[in-house]
Design a protein around this ligand. Sequence first.
Ligand SMILES: Cc1cc2nc3c(=O)[nH]c(=O)nc-3n(C[C@H](O)[C@H](O)[C@H](O)COP(=O)(O)OP(=O)(O)OC[C@H]3O[C@@H](n4cnc5c(N)ncnc54)[C@H](O)[C@@H]3O)c2cc1C
Length: 429
Amino acid sequence: MKIAIIGAGFGGMAAAYDLRKAGHEVTIYESADYVGGLASGFKEPHWDWSAEKFYHHWFASDKHMLGLIEELGWKDKVLFPRPYTVMYHAGKFYPFDSILKALLFPGLGFGINKIRFGLVGVFLRLTNNWKALENYTVDEWLRKWAGDKVYEMMWQPLVVGKFGERYYKQVNMAWMWARLKARTTRLGTFEGGFQKFADMFADRLRGMGVEIRLQTPVTRLEREAGSSQVSVRSETTEMYDQALVTLSPEALTRLVPSLPEKYLHGLRSMKSMGAVVMAVALKYQLSEEGYYWYNLPKSAGYPFLALVEHTNYVSPERFGGEHIVYMGDYLEPEHEFFRLSQEELLEHFLPALKKFNPKFKRDWVRKAWLFRTAYAQPVPLVNHSQNIPDITTPLEGLYFASMSQVHPWDRGTNFAVEIGRRAARLMMG
Ligand SMILES: Cc1cc2nc3c(=O)[nH]c(=O)nc-3n(C[C@H](O)[C@H](O)[C@H](O)COP(=O)(O)OP(=O)(O)OC[C@H]3O[C@@H](n4cnc5c(N)ncnc54)[C@H](O)[C@@H]3O)c2cc1C
C-alpha cells in the first residue's frame, strides 16, 4: 500500500517503522523543519547534547519506548539516573521519591492522615481495576478515601496544576491510578538528548526507504465519492491508499471536515490543556541541594507549576558548563501567558528564582527560550474510555492516533509509540 502519515512525532515515526518493515510505501508529512514533535529539543553550538523544549524523561516502566529502542539496537544509549524530586510545604522543600521520604514528609503530621495517605497509596499500587475507578472523579474518590486534608495537601495541587480550575474536578480517578502505577524514581533519557534519538530514528527510517517531507504542512484530507483512495493536500495533492493523522482532535476536525458528524462531535468533545515553558541557561547552579524537579502548588503563589533544573539530572558538562532551568505550566490556550512576549514573561518568572536560591541575580541568565503549545495535555473526563474516538475513522482508509486516545495512562512518548504501532497493525488488517 501507499501510505501517508501526518506528523513526524514519535507516534508517526513508530507507525512508519512498522508499516515500512511490512513492505508498504510510506511518506511522512511534517509541518516543522525538524522531527520529534512535542519531544523535540534545542541546542547551542557549544553544547554536546540538546535539551528538550518541554522537559522530558522516561520511566523504567515505559516498555513500549524502551522496547522500540532495543529493537533499533540503541539500548546502550539509554541512561537512567536517579534525580531528586521535591514537594513544597510551608515555604520549604522536601525530597519525596521513596516510601521513607514520604513517611518523613512533615506536611501530613505523623498521625491518622499519614496512615490514610499510606493505605490509599498501597491500594492504588496493588489494584489493577482501573475501569471501576474511571467512574469517579479524582476529587470525589480521594476526598472519600484519603480525606479532605490528605487530598488537599498531596493530590489536589497536582490536578489543579495539570488541569486548571476549569477541569480539575472533572478528571477521572483512573488517570491518577495510572500515574501512580507507572512512575519510577529512576528517570530515563537518551545519550545526546531526545532530539538526538528522534534524528537517529528519522535517519533509520530514511535508510529503510521512508520519505520524510519536512516543512510540508497538510491542509486537507479527503476521500472523493467513488474513489478508493485518500487525497492528501499540502503544497501538492497526492493520492494514498491509507492515511494516518497523529495531530490533535481539533486539528483533525479542520483537516477532514467531511468526517461524519457523530465522529466530529466526539473529536470536539475531547478537552485538553496547553503548556508554556521558559528555559534559561544560567551561569551558576540554581538548586545547590541538587534537586531536579520542584512540584509547586499554585496556592503557594509561584508564577509557574514546576521548576526543573535539567542539569541536576544530566551533567552541565554536556551543556558547555551551563545550567539549564525550566519554568513550566499547563494553561488553557486563552491564558495571557500565550500572548505575552518572552521579555514580559521573564519579568514575571525570574524574580521567583530567588526563592530557590537567594543568591540568584538576573545577570546569571545567559540566554532564554520560550516554548508554547496549545495541545499539551488531554483532559480525561469521567468514563473517558467510552468516549475515545476510534483509531479507525468512519472515512475508509483514514486512521487517527493522538495523545487524546491514550488512556488510562498519562500521555507520553511511550504511549505515542504504543498507539502509533497499534494504528499500524490496524492499517495492515
Ligand atoms: C510540557 C510537556 C512535558 C512532557 N513530558 C514528557 C515526559 O517527560 N516524557 C514523555 O515521554 N512525554 C512527555 N510529554 C509528552 C510527549 O511529548 C508526547 O506524548 C509525545 O511527544 C506525542 O507524540 P505524538 O507523535 O503523538 O505527537 P506530536 O509530538 O505532537 O507530533 C505531531 C507532529 O505533527 C506535526 N504537525 C502538526 N500539524 C501538522 C500538519 N498540518 N501537517 C503536518 N504535520 C503537522 C507537528 O509539528 C508534530 O511534529 C510531555 C509533553 C509536554 C507538552
